[in-house]
Design a protein around this ligand. Structure first.
Ligand code: ATP
Ligand code: MG
Length: 353
């Protein structure tokens, strides 16, 4: 750690330390830094498969979109699963840890630290990540940053919005939906819930529904996700969603309106059921206030009219509720983590190097 300067504010503005907030997600890694830089890329790392592909690619690792597009020449890793490091056995485990380490190093590189600048990072981890997986993330972070803190992802989102009391956060990622109840202190175990009905779940529901109604259509899960990200909606009335999919190699038009809406709608009841559990176990005097302050964040929250659909389901099963979508859902976690980094006193930082 650097020598303590005169005041904590000096320390935070002098050139010595770059503060970064990192959202290390299953599908996307996002970083927001105190120098104003922000970056986001899919959480993929690719290593050339052999000498030929290394010669062709001219690098020994690729990240994000580039790694995905070159997937035929690289061994592709998505090192996180349900928001935690995949814990395979032996070589697999080591390979995933190395990939996670490379992912973090790349995120920090993209934040563009000046030479010699120390990097202090707050990393968002899933609300219910086990102690073991938190330790693994800390271990991995050791290689890329000088000092690190972990915080729960939904806590970071709420912190970023300056809403720390009587708020419910819904963070819809790829692998998990994290629900967190904020009541003016650090959230505890009982304030948090993790559901698996997130973006990947919508993709597999959508895939299943297309297969059932159009068995002749040819597609991959990546194509399904692409269609979802372009058209996702739970709005009452919408223009038909028409897409081209090959049938025996020939592009053919399909109307997937019903399938996509149904797949997107499928995440609403479990989310509201989870909200209901967090509300019911809260101080009865504050339950109504909590229902009126629900924040929606994460990539998966970009489904059109999702806020309205959650409100409707809350009315039906919980007697009311008000949902606000945060601006920039993709950076909600990283922005909040950066804000925590700025506000944390020196003694909270764990010195790594
Ligand atoms: N426009 C969109 N409509 C619906 N879903 C979307 C849209 N854009 C992205 N997504 C979905 O958002 C999910 C990724 O969200 P996010 O980047 O917040 O996840 P993550 O933080 O990487 O995952 P996790 O929190 O599970 O670790 C993916 O399932 C992706 O398909
Ligand atoms: Mg996330």
């Amino acid at each position: 750690m650097p020598a303590k300067s005169q005041s904590s504010d000096d320390r935070k503005t002098d050139g010595g330390v770059l503060y970064v907030g990192i959202d290390l997600g299953t599908s996307r890694t996002s970083i927001a830094a105190s120098n104003g830089v922000r970056a986001t890329f899919p959480s993929f790392v690719g290593y050339p498969k052999d000498v030929i592909s290394r010669k062709l690619l001219k690098v020994d690792k690729l990240f994000g979109e580039e790694a995905i597009s070159k997937r035929l020449s690289v061994d592709l890793y998505r090192p996180l699963e349900h928001g935690v490091l995949k814990c395979g056995q032996g070589n697999d485990k080591d390979a995933n840890q190395r990939a996670a380490q490379d992912l973090l190093t790349e995120a920090v590189r993209r934040a563009n630290p000046s030479p010699g600048e120390l990097v202090y990072a707050v990393i968002g981890a899933p609300a219910q990540a086990s102690i073991k997986s938190k330790n693994t993330i800390l271990e991995v972070a050791r290689e890329s940053v000088d000092s690190v803190m972990l915080c729960s992802e939904p806590f970071a989102v709420a912190y970023g919005q300056d809403l720390l009391a009587d708020v419910l956060v819904i963070d819809i990622g790829a692998g998990t939906v994290d629900l967190c109840r904020m009541h003016g202190t650090m959230p505890e175990e009982s304030d948090q819930l993790t559901l698996e009905t997130a973006g990947d779940f919508v993709d597999s529901e959508f895939e299943r529904l297309i297969q059932a109604s159009h068995p002749e259509a040819q597609f991959t899960i990546n194509m399904v996700r692409g269609i979802k990200e372009k058209h996702s909606t739970v709005a009452e009335t919408i223009a038909p969603i028409e897409v081209q999919l090959p049938v025996q190699g020939k592009p053919t038009a399909f109307d997937l309106t019903r399938e996509l809406k149904e797949a997107c709608q499928a995440i609403v009841p479990p989310i509201v059921e989870g909200l209901g559990r967090l509300i019911a176990t809260f101080d009865p005097e504050f339950q109504e206030r909590l229902k009126g302050r629900v924040l929606l964040a994460g990539g998966g929250s970009q489904i059109k009219a999702l806020d309205i659909a959650i409100e409707a389901e809350m009315r039906r099963t919980l007697g009311g509720g008000r949902v606000t979508r945060i601006e920039e859902p993709m950076y909600g976690g990283a922005n909040g983590a950066l804000k925590i980094a700025h506000d944390m006193p020196e003694e909270y930082w764990e010195n790594l190097k």
